[in-house]
Design a protein around this ligand. Sequence first.
Ligand SMILES: [Fe+2]
Ligand SMILES: [Fe+2]
Length: 373
Amino acid sequence: MSQSIAEARVYDRFFPPLEAASVSLWSNGLNELARTVLPDAMDYLSRFRAAVNKWESHPDHGAVHSYNVFQGMMHLAKLDGRFYPARSGFCRAAAVLHDLFQFLPMEDPVSRQHPQRMAQAVRYFGAKFNLSTQTVSELARAIGHHDDSLFSKKPPANLPYESRLLAHADRLYGAGLSESAEELVRTALLRNRTGGFQPQGWHFIRDFTLEERRGWRYGDRWYSDNISAVRGDLQGNFQTAAAQAIAEARKAVFPDVAASVYGADYAASRQVLADWERAVESGQPVAVRLVGKNPDRNAGEPILREAPAVSPSEIVRYAFSCPLPLPVIPGKPAPTGWFIQISTAGAPRLLDPSVARFGSADDFLQAINQALF
Ligand SMILES: [Fe+2]
Ligand SMILES: [Fe+2]
């Protein structure tokens, strides 16, 4: 059977550079999807369009993420020797839709239920699809189970091959496409780091047991830590041969890549601490405040708190364990995420106490490895 031009293009040029043209290809595809999928549901359609607009530019789970996931699915299938052009449309729809429910207006923005809710939506609007009942059902199942391993759930053993491709490409290629294991790890680490190191960010690494870490779920952030989010991306229940091999290769290179990415973060944080200690010792005026997540969801500004008048290393210990004024989930460690803002002569600098508390880069990197594997 001959391929269509679009499919041949995808097949021949694995991992083409992501250009604006590629993204607009996707948005045209979405317009087409909205037009054919929901012809009668105009009210829903307008809300759907608003969600799609948000989705298009979202840095973590937007159009670029879906593009990566789709290309990743095609790549994994090719490596498995199971590329079926006839199924690429199914894969494309699954990649576009899988995280979209996070953006719909009726939904909590950090829903842990987004896979199941989107599966329901696909089933609900299934009658409007120009697809067979079986395809709608498979699409809903694939989407409904795409984050099972992230949420520490065991995916059903009998999921169709394309469903597994979606879940695996989401874990392996969601942050970026590459055939190099080093590059995949580096991209995943950098993507996860961006949300953490900011005034309303969350601690990089807290002292959790493995059990507590397994309880991490999407959106927990201040209850959890940044390295648990990394764990979600790096761990997975991989059920296809190619995905298993890539996951193993990624794991093997992890310590070296972590030493380069996180080693630099550690050195930078120790430098801030050293400058701060030197300023205190030489009697320079230093203003120190704790900066944390504002419990008011609509407030753009972080909350501030005076630091206790003790030595820098004691403030680091205090800020690391001090709870944030956020609701406590019964049976879970209290949410923490204070950063230390240090103002000397120059611009204020932020220090993450969960990083600065380690006495050496080796201790820090060892703690990261223990938390992940
Ligand atoms: Fe997801
Ligand atoms: Fe995703």
